[in-house]
Write a protein that binds this ligand. Structure first.
Ligand SMILES: O=C(O)c1cc(=O)[nH]c(=O)n1[C@@H]1O[C@H](COP(=O)(O)O)[C@@H](O)[C@H]1O
Length: 259
């Protein structure tokens, strides 16, 4: 089964487009409290999760122990839920082969985020993997996405359209190509994004508004990520309750857009 089909099936089975972001920040219990924390989050949220997205930065920040924690977490994920490893890697093709092997063959994640700045040959090592997906950064959720990504070229295209053109070149290859589009910068952008799976961060702590995404009436299996809004909301609710609530808010925005 292709990655896109697996994700589509998961969204259909759960009725949820919520991607639960796993960005652990060691608190009072220190690093040794993190595995139990992550287990609780996964146990409580997986039924409402279209996908999980561990971000490598938070694990790398805990040193070697963080990598061990990530490996164990990846080995124990519920098999029903696709895992998107947020690595945002980019390097020359020869080196990217090793990242691709690490994530797809060794850690067996379903998809990975990549920075496309080094061009097509830098993503090629990720394109021959049956059942896997990559998400290329197209329009990120930060203000700096205006510095390059949303600049206009002499021919009228935006720079992020060069990224989607890269992805279109990979059509027909075993790996599915999707894009990262930040919810905070999505309006005016979505109409220029192809029918490919989107990973949409920026809901919750970053204040993104779902209306423009829902109104775009896209048919691809797009998922919307919430990390701090589930892990660190500090509102007295459980992780499970927050996942249910975010999934419902996302569904409601989509329903209102078609009404
Ligand atoms: O690739 C990403 O996931 C990503 C891209 C982007 O443009 N903006 C963005 O916030 N992210 C990631 O999405 C997550 C957002 O976290 P919260 O703002 O806490 O929900 C973090 O892991 C970010 O690194």
């Amino acid at each position: 089964m292709r990655y896109r089909e697996r994700l589509q099936a998961r969204i259909a089975a759960t009725g949820s487009r919520l991607c639960v972001g796993l960005d652990p920040r060691p608190g009072e219990g220190g690093i040794e409290a993190v595995p139990d924390f992550l287990k609780r989050v996964v146990d409580e949220t997986w039924e409402k999760a279209a996908a999980f997205k561990p971000n490598m930065a938070y694990f790398e920040a805990m040193g070697l122990r963080g990598i061990e924690i990530l490996e164990k977490l990846l080995g124990e994920m519920p098999s029903e839920v696709p895992v998107i490893l947020d690595a945002k890697r980019s390097d020359i093709g020869e080196t990217q082969k090793y990242y691709a092997h690490s994530y797809f063959a060794h850690w067996k994640v379903d998809a990975v985020t990549l920075n496309p700045f080094l061009g097509y040959d830098s993503i090629e090592p990720f394109l021959g993997w049956e059942g896997k997906g990559i998400y290329l950064l197209a329009v990120t959720s930060n203000a700096g996405s205006a510095d390059f990504q949303r600049q206009t070229l002499a021919d009228g295209r935006s720079v992020f359209e060069l990224v989607t053109a890269l992805g279109e070149r990979a059509k027909g290859l075993p790996t599915d190509v999707g894009y990262v589009v930040g919810l905070t910068n999505a309006s005016g952008v979505l109409a220029k994004i192809p029918d490919a799976p989107l990973l949409v961060p920026g809901l919750g702590a970053q204040g993104g508004d779902l209306a423009s995404l829902a109104a775009a009436a896209r048919t691809a299996p797009d998922v919307i990520n919430v990390s701090r809004g589930i892990l660190y909301a500090d509102d007295g609710s459980s992780y499970g309750e927050r996942a249910v609530s975010w999934a419902a808010r996302i569904s409601q925005a989509y329903e209102e857009a078609v009404a």
